[in-house]
Design a protein around this ligand. Structure first.
Ligand SMILES: [Fe+2]
Ligand SMILES: [Fe+2]
Length: 327
């Protein structure tokens, strides 16, 4: 049964509603965790905003004759942040900083999601849908900017609280490196998977190339960890879980072109989370007086920024191909 353009766009709107609902809940739980009140307040207002967003999307969907479904996409799963229990063993302030990192990635995911929706709705000529997609996209950009503005102070405050509580600065840096290495390893596997999926050579090559770069990154990070007398652990933080992404089964029902678009959206999200992760690591290493780790973090961060830009540049054409395949 062929799906027409109108129904396909309704399905995209259903996807965004599911994603915003999950994100609203995740942000509400972030607003109650940790120790840093300014961060908690920011999450609380972002959660309230996500609620009005899925309400506006639901109104749009109804006007278009659709109904919200229970079906969940990989993006919705990603924004649900289910494995929050993975944070055992961390300081309260560190939880706030980690929540900022994953929220930065989530806001980027939503910016990409609305880009794809705006492109699809423009193909159908639904200007009201285009306008709503662009409005919500700029609201996500606001969240993204707000998170960025408090990420460094939050990371530094978390580090200082750990040291004040009796932790050795170098022990803290080693733990951060372990988290980052686990996250990079998770994501390398995802990138290899992405490089074999879909039907688009340009994105496959980009994913394969960055999988190789990612391997080099965690080798460099592992060498740094060894130099500090540590060794990679098997414990996984929320970062590693976020980077391992959602179960692949969530993508059932999407055709190959749509899978390309979804992989690009997820990659854009993870690359941004990495940019934030290295911003945080660089700040903490700076606070610890560890210039070698600071420098390594900033070098890798540049690679993540460049990859994020390359991924973004492919989203519009992928979204256009996805919608062109509808009947
Ligand atoms: Fe990376
Ligand atoms: Fe990356």
């Amino acid at each position: 049964m062929a799906e027409n353009t109108h129904d396909r766009i309704n399905r995209y709107i259903e996807d965004t509603i599911a994603a915003e609902r999950n994100f609203e809940n995740a942000l509400a739980s972030f607003s109650k965790s940790g120790a840093q009140q300014s961060v908690q307040r920011m999450f609380s207002s972002a959660s309230a905003k996500a609620k009005t967003q899925h309400e506006r999307l639901t109104a749009l969907l109804k006007r278009r004759g659709g109904t919200p479904s229970e079906a969940k996409t990989v993006l919705a799963e990603m924004l649900a942040f289910t494995p929050l229990t993975a944070q055992l063993g961390q300081g309260a302030g560190e939880k706030n900083a980690q929540h900022l990192i994953v929220t930065f990635g989530a806001a980027a995911a939503e910016m990409a999601m609305y880009e794809s929706l705006a492109v699809a709705a423009a193909q159908e000529g639904d200007t009201e849908a285009v306008t709503l997609a662009r409005t919500l996209q700029s609201e996500e950009k606001d969240d993204y900017d707000q998170v960025w503005a408090i990420l460094r102070p939050s990371s530094r405050e978390a580090f200082e609280a750990e040291v004040a509580g009796g932790k050795e600065p170098q022990q803290v840096i080693k733990r951060y490196l372990e988290d980052v290495i686990a996250a990079e390893k998770s994501f390398e596997m995802q990138l290899q998977g992405f490089s074999k999926e879909g039907d688009d050579t340009a994105s496959q090559q980009l994913f394969a190339q960055h999988a190789r770069e990612t391997r080099t990154q965690y080798e460099q990070l592992t060498a740094r960890l060894h130099a500090l007398g540590g060794s990679p652990s098997t414990a996984k933080s929320i970062l590693a879980h976020f980077f391992a992404l959602a179960p692949k089964t969530a993508q059932i029902g999407h055709d190959k072109a749509e899978r390309v678009t979804q992989n690009l959206m997820m990659a854009y999200s993870v690359e941004n989370a990495e940019v934030a992760m290295y911003e945080s690591l660089a700040e903490v290493a700076r606070a610890a007086g560890d210039s070698a780790t600071t420098q390594l973090a900033l070098e890798i961060q540049q690679q993540e920024k460049q990859t994020a830009e390359k991924v973004w540049a492919q989203i519009d054409s992928a979204a256009r191909r996805s919608i062109a395949l509808a009947a």
